[in-house]
Design a protein around this ligand. Sequence first.
Ligand code: SF4
Length: 368
Amino acid sequence: MNYDWLDREGLIHLLTVKEDREKHRMFRKADEVKRKHCGPVVYLRGLIEVSNICRKDCFYCGIRKSNDHVKRYTLSEDEIVERALWAWRRNFGSVVIQSGERTDRVFIDLIASSVRKIREMTDGKLGITLSCGEQGPETYRQWREAGAHRYLLRIETCSEELFRKIHPDNEFHRFEDRLRALQNLQKAGFQTGTGVMIGLPGQTIENLADDLLFMRDFDIDMIGMGPYIPHQDTPMGKGMESLRTGMESLRTGMESLLPSAERFDLSLRMIALARIMMKDINIAASTAMQVLDPDGRLKAILSGANVFMPNMTPKFYADSYYLYEGKPTVTDDPMIVVKELETRLKALGHQIGYGKWGDPKHYFKRIV
Ligand code: SF4
């Protein structure tokens, strides 16, 4: 296998290959590429889920607008800043401010003023990533000027056909709008991240290979992707976990759900292949990985991921940001999770990049 230039056929082969030797060679290669281009370092991003109010109704998402079981909340500016300072005092390099998609002026200004305040109170030393959905170019500019410098907006799938299947058919859920928003983020000067769900009903291996090629060709700086995990209060999640099928149905386009071990394995392969193809970007070890395997995040890191995002949303609110079944509850002290991971990573020759922004080198090459 020529790892220097993976084409669609090569990706499909590596996403499905059964021989352990070839699989392990792929994971070893991803680890080697990461160590060479990014170093054996894992960067911390404290995750603050600022609001679970969303104007969208994605068929897979637990906090979709139509889910009446969700208790809605929005953190105040003081609460957001307090959480960011908590992370700062514990030597986190960055925070991620995440929310449902809201385009109202009150929310846009809340994000801008919180970002400014965090910058001010940390002397501009705490990195700030936003993940607040599709917004207009003006809003992206406003938030960029306020001091945020990274933005994560997942495309979820680059297949327009599949995108339409997992979203309602209305003006809020247009594939072309998602693409345009990603372009606008790059234009606004953000380090731009995207990602996909892996093991979606109706998704094929060809779709996943195309997702990797899409992210490479879009010149993406960061990836946050993970397995699809159903939520029972969603149109896609109702009764899903009871459906089972094998790898073959994924190859032909499945309408039911892969067993969790296979979704996890596919997700690890996607991370490894993303790392091999996009050597100098940042890749997150997502929480969803941990849901399907107790060592999920660690395995993701050993397969090419280099970012870890402990959740530091105030516990009182965090339980209402329930995107999918089994999402881990927030611990009183996220540092316990960090220290546990650090101990295990050290034994494997990795370290935590305390106090470092850990920007993807790719961004600086892209903007030259
Ligand atoms: S996936 Fe994002 S945009 Fe879609 S309903 Fe959930 S929070 Fe809203």
